[in-house]
Design a protein around this ligand. Structure first.
Ligand SMILES: *[C@@H]1O[C@H](CO)[C@@H](O)[C@H](O)[C@H]1NC(C)=O
Ligand SMILES: *[C@@H]1O[C@H](CO)[C@@H](O)[C@H](O)[C@H]1NC(C)=O
Ligand SMILES: *[C@@H]1O[C@H](CO)[C@@H](O)[C@H](O)[C@H]1NC(C)=O
Length: 428
């Protein structure tokens, strides 16, 4: 836990100004005022990563060097491997899933699988990402996040600027190991991080924190591999919460789960170290997975979760879990883990770790996401035109959204409002 020694954040005048404006303004007013209208300039709300253009300039320059580096790096023939197992031109996990299931689910492992199925790629280039990994295979990308201003966030920085902000924290206290959720001031969480063990840990799992403190998203860079996060096309009230702050003590861990909407998720570690266990699509039975509606997602969808702790499984209860094949990977500061649509995952913090995660809808996973939405019956499928399948990804999204009945939008407004109220009302 050396985060205390990290440099303080140096703010550009532009960010300092914004920060001052937001931090000094009464948060309560701000909340009331923003329910139902926009808080940030359009281009910030539109895309999940409110990028500062200046911050991404060095990246653009570096892209020139990438092709060369990729070639050097590519001694092993993953391309060949990919072609053999998935074929080319895969554009949707929905259609491809049964094949993946056969080869990767269970213990039927493809030739050459050595138990380290996750590639670590230095500044992976965009074409390769879209072709080989997007909505298909997890990948750990190094050398992207390190240019972000958020890399300079430290425990002390968050404590001194945001100590009075409330956060939703999942924590375990005592032998029962059952996690419960509390809403506390960030300063309380900060101070509780010293005395931790397998029976005493805490993890912020707060979907609204960045929404309530939008100036922080200016420190988060742009995800350069995709042009548009299609969630940005959802009407404002129906959009899922944007980035989630995951600040965890050593020993803290997430549930074994899949992202809601079966969407792709991006996990950025800013400081610390995280261990992961990933399970390819088709593992539901081995994981004893079940589906429940998400309580605080504005547009209700199912969330698939497993009751198993993959890091210390209870085989006497969950015998079939022996058949599950985990892909293990360790993530360090400055690395980005991309988990494709339909994969189960669980993360555990090996030390005090600051991370941000984001949900993603791209042209390669939009069918899965839309199918999950349609499944919930918000929109009658009979209203979809016959040639729906032939629509472009953005058109499909726009179409499904245009068919959302007013009561679904009203419900979403209420859910958003309630999620924000719950945090602001907590007395702790
Ligand atoms: C982080 O802070 C240091 C000074 O403390 C500064 O030189 C550096 O540019 C900052 N990094 C980013 C990505 O903003
Ligand atoms: C540290 O945690 C243990 C339980 O794991 C508790 O009994 C003890 O009081 C805690 N110490 C402090 C200083 O909080
Ligand atoms: C989402 O994942 C669940 C659990 O594996 C699966 O049953 C469901 O079919 C997936 N949805 C789509 C649209 O592929």
């Amino acid at each position: 836990m050396e985060s205390g020694t990290r440099a303080r954040l140096v703010m550009s005048p532009e960010v300092a100004e914004l920060r001052k404006r937001y931090v000094t303004k009464k948060k309560a007013d701000l909340l009331e005022q923003t329910i139902g209208d926009k808080r940030l300039p359009k281009n910030n709300t539109k895309f999940n990563f409110a990028g500062i253009m200046a911050a991404s300039l060095p990246l653009i320059i570096l892209t020139g060097l990438q092709v060369y580096q990729e070639m050097q790096e590519h001694g092993y023939s993953f391309e060949h491997f990919y072609q053999t197992h998935f074929g080319s031109g895969v554009s949707s996990t929905t259609h491809k899933r049964p094949d993946q299931l056969k080869e990767w689910g269970g213990k039927v492992l493809p030739n050459g699988y050595k138990g380290d199925g996750i590639h670590r790629r230095l500044r992976l280039n965009k074409n390769e990402y879209l072709k080989l990994y997007d909505a298909k295979w997890p990948v750990m990308v190094t050398g992207v996040v390190k240019h972000w201003r958020a890399m300079n966030w430290s425990a002390e920085f968050l404590y001194s600027y945001y100590g009075q902000e409330k956060v939703t924290v999942k924590r375990v206290r005592g032998k029962s190991k059952t996690a419960n959720e509390v809403i506390v001031k960030l300063e309380k969480f900060y101070k509780s991080r010293d005395n931790v063990s397998t029976e005493r840990w805490a993890l912020t799992e707060d979907s609204t924190f960045f929404y309530r403190n939008p100036e922080l998203t200016m420190d988060i860079g742009k995800f350069e591999y995709i042009q548009e996060n299609l969630f940005g096309r959802f009407p404002e009230h129906l959009q899922p919460w944007e980035e989630q702050l995951q600040w965890g003590t050593a020993f803290s861990k997430s549930t074994l789960q899949m992202d809601p909407y079966n969407r792709t998720s991006l996990h950025f570690v800013l400081s610390g170290k995280k261990e992961w266990k990933l399970y390819s699509p088709g593992h539901d039975a081995y994981l004893y997975a079940s589906a429940r509606p998400t309580p605080d997602m504005p547009l209700r969808v199912l969330r698939y979760t497993s009751p198993i702790d993959a890091f210390s499984p209870d085989y006497s209860r969950y015998g079939l879990f022996r058949n599950a094949v985990a892909m293990d990977v360790m993530q360090g500061a400055g690395e980005l883990l991309i988990i494709p649509a339909g994969w189960y995952y669980q993360g555990r913090n090996a030390e005090d770790t600051l991370a941000v995660c984001v949900g993603l809808m791209t042209e390669n996973n939009h069918d899965t996401v839309l199918e999950e939405i349609l499944k919930e019956g918000h929109v009658e499928e009979v209203h979809l035109p016959e040639n729906y399948e032939a629509y472009a990804p953005e058109e499909k999204v726009d179409l499904v959204m245009s068919l959302m009945p007013p009561q679904v939008i009203e419900a979403a407004k209420l859910i958003r409002k309630e999620a924000l109220r719950r945090v602001s009302r907590s007395r702790r």
